[in-house]
Write a protein that binds this ligand. Structure first.
Ligand code: ZN
Length: 307
């Protein structure tokens, strides 16, 4: 395994910020270079845990091709435990491919594009749910077989916008231009034990490698999977304790069912009730413990099951 340090910039403090990229060269011969990145959003730390464990697991495997790992794509946001880069409050995953004279996040995006996204044949971009919400689904982009191979129950096939991308400026918008098969994974997060999600992450990545023919084994068939074609995000209107009533992630929910209630932490009154608006819905993001939320935080995400 080799480690490359790609400098990004010297900050006002004098501290140097750099990206670290690991390259694992398989011992079983030629094959594609699969790039796995995490923490494009700095508070999604389960994604980085998955890459850490993947590096340990895959170091001992005979595989074809190469793996490139970018465990912390946004180091300053990771340090601050923020979704966006604290220096400029920009969402890194909206400014790819970046530019050299732009905001810090745009400079960072440019380094990621040149040093990572432009050098890989397959992209696996891992996201998670941050400190409080927990999430569980996989995007179907230009590589449905690989997205399905990860093994999550719920898949999301979003409708492209006029530019042909789901969100402009994402990591996948760079790789899709080169027809690089790309998978975006949303998994884990919340104030619960992350080990089951990390374990699923390793099994899912292993199965993607098997599906690509990089491992000397047959891929494991995926479980029954459900495809959603739209997602509704419901945010609390008030802050306080959020008490979830929604069913578990991956369970179905009907329109009008209560997702959760916001309780005033001092007076104990009910400030808000969040109802599901999706008929034929399925839970894909939720709060699994009684979490403190701000108005407008991530509350719940419900997918609309394709018919
Ligand atoms: Zn994210």
């Amino acid at each position: 395994m080799s480690l490359t340090r790609a400098p990004i910039a010297t900050m006002a403090s004098g501290a140097e910020v750099a990206l670290y990229l690991h390259t694992l060269v398989g011992s079983a011969g030629d094959g594609p270079t699969v790039g796995i990145c995490a923490a494009i959003h700095g508070n999604e730390r389960t994604s980085t845990e998955i890459v850490l464990e993947a590096s340990r697991a895959f170091s001992g495997l005979d595989f074809k091709g190469r793996l490139m790992l970018a465990p912390v794509a946004n180091p300053l946001a990771f340090e601050a435990n923020h979704r966006h880069t604290p220096t400029d409050e920009i969402n890194l995953n909206r400014v790819f491919p970046g530019q050299s004279g732009g905001w810090f996040s745009e400079q960072l995006a440019l380094v990621l594009s040149r040093e990572f996204l432009d050098k890989i044949d397959v992209l696996i971009d891992i996201h998670s749910g941050g400190d409080r919400p927990t999430v569980d689904y996989v995007y179907i982009r230009n590589a449905e077989r690989l997205s399905r191979a990860f093994g999550s129950r719920v898949l999301y096939r979003g409708a492209p916008d006029k530019q042909g991308t789901l969100f402009a400026g994402t990591s996948v918008s760079v790789t899709e231009k080169r027809d690089v098969p790309s998978v975006t994974i949303e998994l884990g997060g919340g104030l619960i034990d992350q080990r089951p999600y990390v374990g699923r992450g390793i099994r899912g990545l292993t199965n993607i490698l098997a599906t690509l023919g990089m491992l000397d084994r047959e891929p494991t068939p995926s479980p029954d999977q459900i495809v959603v074609d739209s997602i509704v995000t419901s945010r609390p209107r008030m802050g306080g304790f959020l008490e979830t009533e929604a069913p578990a992630l991956g369970e179905t929910i009907g329109a009008g069912a209560c997702l959760g209630r916001v309780i005033h932490p001092q007076t104990f009154e009910e400030l808000d009730r969040i109802d599901n608006q999706v008929s034929n819905g399925i839970m894909i993001l939720s709060h699994l413990t009684r979490n403190v939320v701000q108005p407008g935080d991530y509350g719940y995400m419900v997918g609309s099951i394709s018919v």
